[in-house]
Ligand binder design. Sequence first.
Ligand SMILES: [Zn+2]
Length: 262
Amino acid sequence: MRVALSKLADPSSLSAPVSLSLFMRLRIMRKVTLVILFSLSLSIAAQLPDDQRERARDGLRTYALPELDLTTYQRTGRWEAEVEVKPDGSVGAIHPLTEDDSFPEMSIAKWTFLPLGGTKLRWRTVTVVLEKDADSLEQPSVGARYESPLTLHIWRRVALVARLPRVDGRIPEKRCAVHDEALQVELLPVARGCLGYPPPDTDGVTGPPEEAEPRELFPNVFDVAFGGASPRATKVECYVCASCRRARDAWRVAHQARQPAQ
Ligand SMILES: [Zn+2]
């Protein structure tokens, strides 16, 4: 009895088998998770009924999405290739028809067709169309839609709006120092070719020279903004003050009204 107790109390006698089985369990769990994640990623495209119907029309079992750079400026394009399909349905040689070195690797080598058996090779023309970016709040990813004959439309799902930081899912309230009223959040177009965020005291609107405008009277009105860290952004969330806008508009009217008299 004493021996048994001391064995139980001795951590070294227990820890070895426990940690081993835990290690094995973790390994198995990791494998299972990977398999689930992998089949989920495959089934996202495969479960779209339209997608499936279109693929069936072409005898295409699966396609693979290409790696796209999700950090660069938007680009669009179209890419074609003659693809050799082996009797077992796998892809052999790929002969690009579009001369475009900058087009991303299309992963067509990983596509699989319905096996026809025999020994005859088939040649098919595959088209990949890179569509415009789609705005997304999620992590950047690649979207795809398959269309017969053998055309894969792909697009990047990226943030096209440079958003203000959220606190508990909401944009924190700010007040105008001049008018002491709550600022509103507006979507402003991005001013290209400029640096800096938040917007400096320029608004990109033609009219009186900006330095002539008493910005201290209306500090929170802007017509364009700067995209910040995201080169893909086309719109920017920005704090603006309705009273600042009224004050600026009134100032401009008064300023321009004086000009003919000068
Ligand atoms: Zn204001």
